[in-house]
Structure formats: structure tokens, C-alpha cells
Design a protein around this ligand. Structure first.
Ligand SMILES: Nc1nc2c(ncn2[C@@H]2O[C@H](COP(=O)(O)OP(=O)(O)O)[C@@H](O)[C@H]2O)c(=O)[nH]1
Ligand SMILES: [Mg+2]
Length: 322
């Protein structure tokens, strides 16, 4: 695949430093992945940054992915020793399961504290994940107040604050944003399609065309349903939807944005972009350049032995009492 999307590794170092600082403050990391690519929207550097903490994997946006994808993802993560919870934040589906998983960790923490002769305290946790996977929405849903902005506006930073949630839980109010790593162009395309890479990192028309190709190849019949034309291209969509510029030529950018919106909001129906699952569904195939089965299973330290709690600080790490 040609180079559609540029990646700037320079941004990564700063983001990773910030993530490390925050992870040090918590007992448990809630990692969000996108249900449409529930394995490949996890990145190995989460293991690097958070591998020594308790972790719950939240498979979010299950309303956009086939049920089977979600079931297999839960099994995949369970096999690797993680509690995985399936979520649809706007419908509040899965929130009780997430809360009980957190309560369980709180019980474990309390027992550990007791053994060490220390007073029990709240479980400190934070939300982490790629851009646009639903981190702010999840925090809002847990807090049940529309207190955080949904959607990422970079630039405004402030000291992390803790939100008390019931008697057992404390949540860092600022989520950890995982910088997407997209050297692999077929992965980059999928990240663009779930909105984790902004269209400004690439020419939207190229991404949209590549997205149409991918859907055509993996999900025959979908484009027919969506655009009355299986072979749809952006030029035709301009005509079909009247996206015209002053001179009468097609407004390709508008067509591209409309295709990306359709795909990102799954107007074509639930889709799986997880190559591991797609490969398995299609049966054994010869490997090709386009296959991104090279996604490594996370290499994890021996989990039970190495888990650490939040850095030993006074009960409210930032000195903020409720
Ligand atoms: N369909 C669907 N959309 C969701 C879900 N959770 C969040 N969203 C939407 O995904 C977009 C990104 O959410 P946001 O919380 O800003 O993601 P963040 O960048 O990770 O903080 C918003 O438009 C949310 O409304 C979900 O479970 N299903
Ligand atoms: Mg956000």
C-alpha cells in the first residue's frame, strides 16, 4: 500500500513520559480498545507503560462491531490474563460489569493493605487508550455528570484531578492518550477509519478511497446497501449527493468526509476491522504484504508477581480531600 498516512515518532516520547507519570499514581489502568479492532487498537507500549499495574481491558463501541468480534476479543484477552469488559457507553451497557470488576480489585487491594498493616483506601484508577476510543465518554458515564469535554482539543493541560466514585474508587479525571503508531499502512488506514488518526494526517480523499476498497473487499454488498453502487468512487458520490464546487466539478473533500463519517459511525452496519479475526473467518490464506497478522500478542511480565500499587503517598495523592 502506498504511504497514505504520515507518522511523527517525535510526538511519542512526550506522550509516553506523561503516561508513565500518571500510571505511577494509580493501582489499576482501564485500557479502552475499539470493538471493531479490539486487538490491534491495543499497542505494545501500553504493556511497557502499564505492564506492572492491574489492568482491565474495556472493549468499547460494541454497538459498531459484530457480536462475534466482541466475544472472541473477550476470549483473546482472557487467555492473556486480562479481565475484559464489553461496553457501549452511550447506552450505558457494560458499566455495571466494569464497576464490579473494579470492586473486585478494590477488595484485593484492601486485603494486601491489611496484610501490610496499613489502612484500606480507595482503588486509584485511570482511563487510557487511543484517540477517539471513548475515554472521556467513559469517564463522564462513570461520574454521571457532564463534567468533561468529549472530543479531544489538544493544548489545554492542567494538573490531574481525582474524582471520587463511591466509597471504593478514585478516578484520575484526565485520560491517558496513547499515541497511535502507524508505520504499517494497512493498520494506519484502519485507525483512520475508527477516527484514531485524524484525517488531517493524510489526504482524506485517499483515506476514503482506501476505506471504500477495504469495505468492498472484506464486506461485499455493503457499499451497494449504503450507496446503491458496489463500485462507488468519490467522483460518483459527488454526483449522487450533489457535492459540487462552483465550476461544477466534484467536491472530492466533501465526498471523502461524508464517506469517512459513514464508515466511522458504522452507517453501513457493524463491521470488524480486526485482521486476525478476518483471516480466521476467511480460512487459511497465503500471507501477503497487506496482511497485518504481524501484530504481536502482548508480551507481559509475570503478572501476579510484579504488580504494583499506586506510589505510596498520603491517601489523597494530590493532597485533595473530598
Ligand atoms: N457508537 C458509539 N460511540 C461512542 C461510544 N463511546 C463513545 N462514543 C463516541 O466516540 C466519540 C469519541 O469519544 P470520546 O469520549 O471523545 O473519545 P476519547 O478521544 O477517547 O476521549 C464521541 O463521538 C463519542 O460520542 C460507544 O460505545 N459507541
Ligand atoms: Mg477525550
Amino acid at each position: 500500500m502506498e504511504k497514505l498516512i504520515q507518522w511523527y515518532p517525535g510526538h511519542i516520547a512526550k506522550a509516553l513520559r506523561e503516561l508513565r507519570e500518571r500510571v505511577a499514581m494509580v493501582d489499576c489502568v482501564i485500557e479502552l480498545v475499539d470493538a471493531r479492532m479490539p486487538i490491534s487498537s491495543h499497542f505494545a507500549f501500553v504493556d511497557e507503560v502499564a505492564g506492572h499495574k492491574q489492568r482491565i481491558i474495556v472493549i468499547n463501541k460494541i454497538d459498531l462491531a459484530p457480536h462475534d468480534n466482541v466475544k472472541r476479543a473477550i476470549a483473546y484477552w482472557a487467555e492473556r490474563g486480562f479481565t475484559a469488559v464489553a461496553l457501549d457507553v452511550p447506552q450505558r451497557k457494560g458499566l455495571p460489569e466494569l464497576k464490579s470488576a473494579l470492586d473486585k480489585l478494590h477488595v484485593e487491594l484492601s486485603q494486601k493493605m491489611k496484610k501490610r498493616g496499613r489502612l484500606p483506601r480507595k482503588l486509584r484508577t485511570m482511563v487510557m487508550g487511543l484517540p477517539n476510543v471513548g475515554k472521556s465518554s467513559l469517564i463522564n458515564a462513570l461520574v454521571q455528570k457532564r463534567s468533561l469535554k468529549v472530543g479531544d482539543k489538544p493544548g489545554v493541560t492542567r494538573a490531574p484531578q481525582w474524582i471520587g466514585l463511591g466509597k471504593n474508587l478514585e478516578l484520575l479525571d484526565t485520560p491517558g492518550v496513547i499515541p497511535p503508531k502507524f508505520e504499517d499502512q494497512s493498520l494506519a488506514l484502519k485507525l483512520a477509519l475508527i477516527g484514531s488518526i485524524s484525517e488531517y494526517a493524510a489526504d482524506p480523499a485517499l483515506i476514503a478511497e482506501a476505506g471504500l476498497d477495504l469495505i468492498r473487499e472484506q464486506f461485499p454488498g455493503t457499499l451497494l446497501k449504503l450507496y446503491d453502487n458496489e463500485e462507488i468512487r468519490l467522483e460518483e458520490l459527488c454526483v449522487q449527493r450533489g457535492y459540487l464546487q462552483h465550476g461544477g466539478s466534484g467536491d472530492m473533500r466533501r465526498a471523502a468526509e461524508s464517506v469517512l463519517q459513514d464508515l466511522r459511525h458504522a452507517r453501513q452496519g457493524r463491521i470488524s476491522l480486526e485482521s486476525v479475526f478476518l483471516e480466521q473467518a476467511a480460512g487459511p490464506t497465503e500471507s501477503s504484504e497487506e496482511t497485518d497478522l504481524d501484530l504481536p500478542a502482548p508480551e507481559l511480565p509475570e503478572r501476579q508477581e510484579q504488580q504494583t500499587e499506586a506510589a505510596d503517598t498520603p491517601d489523597s495523592p494530590l493532597g485533595i480531600e473530598e
